[in-house]
Design a protein around this ligand. Structure first.
Ligand SMILES: [Zn+2]
Length: 320
């Protein structure tokens, strides 16, 4: 859920020619609520100290930096800035969330937005309504599925019929696994359980739906061993880097990403942000990958683009 001068200079230098495409597989389309959007300094989730349960919860975002990312001021401001950035950086965004916002973004930039339908519990939408929505052709992806925030395993049988529909229709599914941000239980998600983000909890879903294409959102952070074991055992599971790519300390982000690549899964990592309200977050997160000196240029292109083209069955020529 969350620029530096050198990065700005680099982007300006490249703008004279068309930039190589980037697919952000994890974008949230939401209405701007001025009461719940504040500026934010990236790479802040190191400790979040709070004095105790009887004191007010500590602030989730950090404002202690020279140039915090500013939130969009209105829905129109958000749409204008986000789509202008996507155009300038030659990006395609897999986006889920508020249907009204999503339809507006898609109407303005149909080639830049891939709509995704998120279901995290059976109360949200019946299986029939879910099937109808996917059959309408607007939605190409299922996600973000986030049962963890409700204290539920992704293999809970109440979600099984939805995964069955996605499997039958060949719709790829993104499931939230792992971090929800430090202190989430104390701040606003009392039902969230860290243990329900264990990548191994996906094994039953995968066994029941062998043709389902799943990507693990947030790469199961910080449970790297389970993530590597799950990807090893299940040849078609991918991960995205969303959320932790801009919220945890940079050294920790790079250690996690490096381990995934070192383990041999460089072809199964998708680039994603968890974009919410700060338009400059797209550039901030791209810079993390561009500056990863342990990745070759080919590995960076895989993460930014090639892996997502393969996973979502996209036509690469549409990006030329
Ligand atoms: Zn998530």
């Amino acid at each position: 859920m969350f620029l530096c001068l050198w990065l700005a200079a680099g982007l300006v230098a490249q703008e004279s020619k068309k930039r190589p495409p980037i697919i952000d597989v994890h974008v949230h389309a939401m209405k701007v609520n001025p009461n719940f959007s504040s500026p934010m300094c990236p790479w802040f989730l190191s400790s979040m100290p709070g004095s105790g349960p009887n004191q007010p919860a500590p602030s989730f975002v950090n404002l202690d930096c020279v140039d915090p990312l500013q939130p969009a001021l209105s829905d129109a401001d958000m749409q204008e800035k986000l789509l202008a950035t996507a155009e300038r950086l030659n990006m395609v965004l897999v986006a889920s969330g508020d249907p009204e916002v999503l339809h507006k973004w898609h109407a303005q930039a149909p080639d830049r937005i891939i709509p995704s339908l998120g279901i995290s519990n059976a109360e949200q939408m019946s299986v029939e309504a879910f099937r109808d929505s996917l059959n309408s052709g607007f939605y190409k992806v299922m996600g973000e599925v986030a049962p963890q925030y409700q204290g539920m395993s992704p293999s809970d049988m109440s979600l099984d019929a939805y995964f069955g529909v996605a499997e039958e229709l060949g719709i790829p599914v993104g499931i939230h696994m792992g971090t929800g941000g430090n202190g989430m239980i104390n701040i606003n998600n009392p039902k969230y359980r860290a243990s329900l983000g264990q990548p191994f909890l996906l094994e039953d879903v995968l066994a029941r739906h062998p043709k389902l294409k799943i990507w693990v959102m947030h790469a199961g952070y910080p449970m790297i061993d389970q993530m590597i074991a799950l990807m090893g055992a299940n040849a078609y599971v991918y991960v995205d880097l969303a959320g932790f790519i801009w919220s945890y300390p940079l050294e920790e982000i790079h250690a996690y990403l490096k381990r995934l690549v070192q383990a041999g899964f460089g072809k199964r990592i998708l680039y994603g942000t968890d974009f919410m309200v700060w338009p400059k977050l797209l550039e901030t997160s791209i810079g993390v990958i561009e500056n990863a000196n342990y990745l070759s240029e080919d590995q960076k292109r895989d993460i930014f683009f090639n892996n997502a083209v393969r996973f979502f069955n996209l036509d690469p020529s549409q990006f030329e």
